[in-house]
Design a binder for this molecule. Structure first.
Ligand code: GLN
Length: 401
């Protein structure tokens, strides 16, 4: 996700050179665009985070947990009561019986869960299939553990997965496949056909899956989230990754969890204990109590669907052409009717001159598609902010960019 803006090696204070494990990696596009938005006072529809607060009741539960002395280490695996609540949630939603004790670990967010899962699977020289555009942390995690990411490029307008192409990308060194549904940045969701095809490939070639499902509750138009945990075949081979940040509008808490069969989870925990060890305790107490009642998250679909529809409506007349958005809080927009600029330059200018920050699509690819003119908007914002952004875009002469 990554701009090749740093040199291969960096001098240390000793005058020696450190050999980079990620020589082509700069700062992530999310950090870059959020900083640019801040610098220029732009409305930030780039990095994905809500600009509204978590439920006051949840915040009060955190305070109560702190005030009642829950301030020392939590168990390495996560608070047992939180893991029990999660096991129940998984059973209710996906009909999958998982053991809170052996098959769930609370993590410092989804990204850490993904990193640790990759660490548990990948040995030097192993290959991991990544569908591009892909969320930024997948390929670097593979590389850090000595593996080789194998990108498979998805093409617009529908960005569907060509499973025959996946089959031909599998080699004797392939160990795993990343999937992400609902997808960031595409806003697309897996279909039954995708799940069946994935089941076939992983069984045939004995592969693992890292399934990024952090937007599990943000899926629209009556679609159902097709978790790997619904599938008997996939649940036996998957690390499924979730995020409380998305569930309770608190991305800054950096708390998530990973679900995997006991033998896989054992390997996951071996790494987790030496990396994170344990996740902050007060939030876990609060989440355990709050999430006992499914009402706290059952309305998320409608809540964000309303925002998606409101944003699309406000943006009409700006010249952006929205691509279908089935889930997540991101929507892609084609700006080819407005400008010939490449997406990096366009997003920069839109932030600096237009006052609205977005994320260009090309950094989500190992091999960017150069003639694609697409940016990603985050609509996890108040209606006031979304309306203001649309107003600015209508007022500006984008053709002059
Ligand atoms: N998940 C957020 C997004 O897609 C970014 C989080 C981050 O900055 N790493 O915008």
């Amino acid at each position: 996700m990554i701009r090749p803006c740093y040199s291969m090696c960096v001098s240390s204070h000793l005058g020696m050179m450190i050999r980079s494990k990620l020589p082509d990696t700069g700062t992530t596009i999310f950090t870059v665009m959020s900083a640019l938005a801040q610098k220029h006072g732009a409305i930030n529809l780039s990095q994905g985070f809500p600009n509204f607060e978590p439920d006051p009741r949840l915040r009060a539960l955190v305070t109560r947990a702190m005030e009642s002395g829950n301030n020392q280490y939590a168990p390495m695996q996560g608070l047992p009561e939180l893991r029990e609540v999660l096991a129940q949630k998984i059973l209710n939603l996906y009909g999958c019986q998982v053991s809170g004790e052996h098959e769930i670990t609370v993590t410092a967010g989804g990204t850490q869960a993904i990193f640790t899962a990759v660490g548990a699977i990948i040995h030097p020289g192993d290959e991991a299939i990544v569908f591009d555009p892909a969320y930024d942390c997948y390929a670097p995690a593979v590389r850090i553990f000595g593996g080789i990411p194998i990108p498979i490029t998805l093409h617009g307008p529908d960005f569907a997965i060509d499973w025959a192409a996946v089959e031909s990308a599998v080699t004797p060194r392939t160990r795993m496949i990343f999937i992400n549904t609902p997808h960031n940045p595409l806003g697309r969701a897996f279909t039954e056909r995708d799940i069946r095809a994935l089941e076939k490939i992983v069984s045939k070639h004995d592969l693992y899956v890292v399934s990024d499902e952090v937007y599990e509750h943000i899926i629209f138009d009556g679609l159902q989230h097709l978790s790997v945990l619904r599938s008997e075949i996939l649940s036996k081979r998957s690390f499924a990754v979730y995020s409380f940040g998305k569930l309770v509008h608190a991305t800054g808490w950096k708390v998530g969890y990973c679900v995997a069969p006991a033998d896989l989870m054992m390997e996951f925990r071996k790494i987790h204990q030496f990396n994170v060890f344990a996740v902050n305790r007060p939030m876990q107490h609060a989440l355990a109590e709050y999430l006992t009642d499914p009402v706290t998250y059952s309305g998320l679909n409608t809540f964000f669907q309303k925002k998606r529809d409101y944003f699309i409506e406000q943006m009409s007349g700006t010249g952006f052409r929205f691509l279908p958005c089935e889930g997540s809080y991101f929507i892609l927009a084609d700006y080819s009717a407005l400008s010939d600029l490449d997406d990096m330059s366009f997003a920069q200018k839109l932030t600096i001159e237009g006052g609205v920050a977005t994320i260009p699509l090309s950094p989500f690819y190992a091999n960017p598609i150069t003639d694609q003119r697409i940016v990603r908007f985050c609509f996890a914002k108040t209606e006031e902010t979304l309306a203001k952004a649309a107003e600015l875009l209508k007022a500006m002469n984008i053709h002059a960019l």
